[in-house]
Design a protein around this ligand. Structure first.
Ligand SMILES: CC1(C)O[C@H]2[C@@H](O1)[C@@]1(COC(C)(C)O1)O[C@@H]2CNc1nc2cc3nc(N)[nH]c(=O)c3cc2[nH]1
Ligand SMILES: [Zn+2]
Length: 370
């Protein structure tokens, strides 16, 4: 079963605090979803993720289809059982990766043929295949197979792609066999508001359990992303979750919560952790900085994560410079904990009717790089 209830609504912004119920557990929104593309959130164990407060993680149809493949996943009873993750998972449909990662061969009305980025073998994805793979993965929330329209794109291209994405979304909904999985539609439309309206109307008339705002965080100006996000969110049903795909920085998340978005995912906290960039409530910094060699400070005074409770910046700098594997884990624990604290504190601020002042204060503090 899948349900979404809005528990609190902010009076000054479009922010809301809610609760999603899925077969593998509940999710308090707004929520950030750590990205576990090929079945693990890089460098983190399920225990690390639970200790950091993660409530749902993201997997990826394209990657999991290539490796380990649906036969292995079905053998182990799905991705969650396979990876011993005992909470909800959401999977992206493969549309984005096929267009951005694989060597594209052909896009037709039926689907997309491409070459695997792993071994160059010829593969094929279409709405029915994507749903079938996501059913084998067994994720709690699955995504429609769509085209993430590249940026920039002409109005003509956007219109044709939006209409095909809607036809693909309907095919996916008709192909879905497992009732316990929730299916989201993905709104496209590039940077054209009338195309966003067209896509939102097409998808809401088909009807989905939730709606993703797609086609953003693909290289457009941040101001454009906020404008299109806010406009698109306003077109979507109030009583269904809204998921902004691939976003973003702490500032982006705080801003888009105010625009009415409930769910976020981004590789930034884990990817940046692995290259030594750490997020704090007063901006981000590089652990490689020479002036940190003797620093006995924590990464962030306001953070209660395992890394901040036990290690100094000086030690973390040493680990990173020495190329120690532990650096990847400790940095990732902190960055994921920080991102989860942003959404948790936002949720609490909405409940207390203080989101606008919380958001403005956080945005101000995040600007002063420490
Ligand atoms: C290629 C890779 C790993 O995906 C991340 C990351 O790089 C990077 C590169 O720059 C940052 C911003 C840090 O995020 O951009 C990606 C995050 N933006 C994004 N993810 C999306 C996923 C999507 N999935 C579907 N099915 N449909 C969409 O329209 C869609 C749109 C999306 N936009
Ligand atoms: Zn920390």
């Amino acid at each position: 079963m899948f349900s979404f209830d809005i528990e609190y609504k902010d009076s000054e912004t479009s922010a809301r605090a809610g609760r999603i119920k899925t077969p593998h557990g509940e999710i308090e929104t707004p929520i950030f979803m750590p990205v576990g593309t090929v079945g693990s959130v890089k460098a983190l164990s399920p225990e690390d993720l639970n200790n950091a407060g993660a409530q749902i993680i993201l997997g990826n149809t394209y990657h999991l289809y290539l490796r380990p493949g649906t036969e292995v996943l079905k053998h182990f009873g799905g991705l969650a059982a396979f990876s011993s993750w005992n909470k909800p998972t959401l999977t992206d449909s493969g549309g984005f990766q096929v267009f951005s990662l694989a060597e594209l061969n052909k896009i037709t009305e039926d689907g997309v043929s491409f070459k695997s980025h792993l071994d160059g073998s010829s593969l094929y994805l279409n709405p029915e295949k994507s749903i079938e793979i996501q059913e084998a993965i067994g994720s709690d929330i699955i995504m429609s197979f769509d085209e993430c329209i590249p940026y920039p794109a002409t109005y003509e291209y956007v219109k044709n792609s939006v209409d095909r994405t809607a036809r693909w979304a309907l095919r996916g909904k008709n192909a879905k066999k497992r009732d316990e999985q929730a299916l989201f539609g993905i709104v496209q439309g590039g940077i054209y508001e009338d195309m966003r309206k067209r896509s939102a109307e097409q998808l809401t008339s088909i009807g989905f359990d939730g709606y993703s705002i797609g086609g953003l965080s693909v290289g457009e100006e941040i101001s454009t992303m906020y404008e299109i996000c806010g406009y698109t969110a306003s077109l979507l049903p109030q009583d269904k979750p809204r998921y902004l795909m691939g976003v973003g920085t702490p500032e982006d998340i705080l801003t888009c919560i105010g625009l009415g978005v409930d769910m976020f995912d981004c590789v930034m906290p884990t990817r940046n952790a692995r290259n030594g960039t750490l997020f704090t409530s007063s901006g981000k910094f590089s652990i490689k900085r020479a002036d940190l060699a003797f620093s006995d400070e924590k990464i962030d005074e306001n953070c209660s994560c395992y890394t901040c409770r036990n290690f100094s910046r000086g030690y973390l700098r040493h680990l990173y410079k020495a190329g120690e594997i532990l650096a990847l884990r400790l940095n990732s624990i902190h960055n994921i904990s920080f991102y989860l604290s942003i959404v948790k504190n936002s949720r609490n601020a909405v409940k207390e009717g203080k989101f606008k002042s919380f958001q403005q204060e956080m945005l101000y503090r995040l600007k002063n790089n420490n």
